[in-house]
Write a protein of this length. Structure first.
Length: 445
């Protein structure tokens, strides 16, 4: 397909059919130009584009063609204001217009080839739910005649506490599937886009040949259905409160983006501007029900089973923040590797979690961003993240000594600076994703 338009032009130039306006008279400059534009397949674009015509002597049907040709460098006119559309075209003029059209066609072809190379072809996609439970029927008999107007809800059940999974499988699936689990206050949206509107990690890894399975955990996002409202102190004012606590500034600071939402740390990779900040804060979504590790682990076990059933392969499990606690607990039977992005903690050395991961020979990589070792000392979150990072290093040292494979990547130590807790949504997110992909290539069978 490369240079297809060039081939058409060259072939057409050697035949009388190149100029469709064949008459007894020799073609005019306007006739020749219109023929060339028709041949490179741009007539529809010409007729639907309002390009500026700089020539005083061009009007009528030819005006749009001449304006387009001038705008795209095919013609320059006899002088600044004159084109002479009705004069017979000379061989030299025709040759110049043809060569310029060839150049335009080549650039169009190259652009199309580049777009095709960057295009993402999806073989299959969909959404499904995994795991969950069904509540016991409310006492009494269901009355179909009153249905939703029966506020006793007698005889009704509810399907609750499942995970919800959006998946995409690329045409060129050559790598292991990847399951992504968000952290606190987040949903799968965080893997799909960035606050400034760029493509997220899900597209990056799809293009690398992985199928992706993006999870909303039970009681969150599109998996919000549960039996009772949250009473978690992290979410609500009190156990009997129905009001959620606001937290824009609190979480923004804890996530090490800056000191409150009006600030970004020096050298920050977090997208700048009010629009990006607004988009980031609006992707936050709180729990509908209380956070329950056992419930979420059970649902994620089912997710991993369902993914293996669909793909025939174990999955690379990518977790973020609070999701890390779930990742360490999931049944290892369907896990090929764990990529933990700033998990809230790591398994205690010698614990059941630790031994299960070790026995299953699960390779692990843990990533940490910036502003931890060099974070503001007066902010309590700095000491929190230092503690998490120190514990991760001790975990990795022990895990490796016991025959496992665990790498802790501190991004500033490898020359990647300015990243917060949300490194996968920041300006250099592709660079970090490429580092993850390289680790997968070197460590995961």
């Amino acid at each position: 397909m490369k240079k297809k338009l060039l081939s058409i032009i060259t072939a057409a130039a050697l035949t009388a059919s190149f100029i469709p306006c064949v008459t007894a008279a020799a073609p005019t400059r306007a006739d020749a130009l219109i023929s060339i534009i028709q041949t490179i397949g741009k007539e529809t674009e010409v007729l639907n584009t309002a390009a500026e015509n700089p020539f005083d002597d061009v009007s009528g049907d030819a005006e749009k063609y001449v304006a387009y040709a001038y705008q795209n460098g095919i013609v320059s006119g006899v002088d600044a204001n004159t084109f002479e559309p009705n004069r017979e075209v000379t061989a030299e003029e025709y040759s110049i217009m043809l060569e310029r059209a060839k150049s335009l066609a080549a650039s169009i072809d190259d652009s199309a080839d580049e777009q095709n190379e960057n295009a993402l072809s999806i073989a299959e996609q969909g959404i499904f739910s995994s795991g969950g439970t069904v509540t016991e029927p409310v006492e009494g008999e269901f009355d179909s005649t009153t249905n939703w107007l029966d506020f006793t809800r007698a005889g009704n059940t509810a399907h609750v506490d499942h995970a919800n999974v959006l998946y995409q499988i690329p045409e060129d699936e050559i790598e292991l599937p990847m399951v992504f689990l968000h952290g606190y206050g987040q949903s799968r949206m965080g893997w799909m886009t960035t606050p400034d509107g760029r493509e997220g990690w899900s597209n990056f890894f799809l293009k690398a040949g992985h199928s992706v399975f993006l999870v909303d955990q039970p009681r969150r996002g599109e998996a919000g259905n549960t039996a009772s409202m949250t009473t978690d102190a992290i979410d609500t004012w009190s156990e009997d409160s129905k009001d959620y606590m606001p937290g824009d500034q609190a979480w923004y600071t804890h996530f090490r983006i800056g000191r409150g939402t009006s600030d970004r740390y020096e050298g920050s990779q977090f997208p700048d501007g009010e629009d990006a900040l607004d988009q980031f804060l609006r992707q936050m979504t709180l729990n509908t029900g209380s956070f329950d590790t056992e419930v979420i682990v059970a649902a994620m076990d089912e997710v991993m089973k369902d993914v293996r059933e669909k793909t025939g392969q174990k999955s690379i499990y990518v977790t973020h923040s609070q999701g890390g606690a779930i990742g360490w607990n999931v049944d290892t039977e369907n896990v090929a590797a764990i990529v933990a992005i700033e998990p809230g903690g790591t398994p205690e050395i010698g614990s059941e979690q630790y031994n299960n991961l070790l026995a299953a020979d699960i390779p692990i990589v843990i990533y940490f961003g910036d502003y931890i070792d060099n974070g503001p000392e007066d902010i309590v979150s700095t000491s929190f993240w230092k503690g998490v990072k120190d514990a991760a290093n001790k975990f990795a040292q022990s895990y490796n000594a016991d025959g496992g494979n665990c790498t802790v990547v501190s991004l500033p130590d490898i020359g990647i600076t300015g990243n917060s807790h949300f490194m996968f949504q920041e300006l250099n997110s592709d660079e970090i994703a490429a580092h993850v992909e390289n680790w997968i290539d070197e460590n995961v069978n």
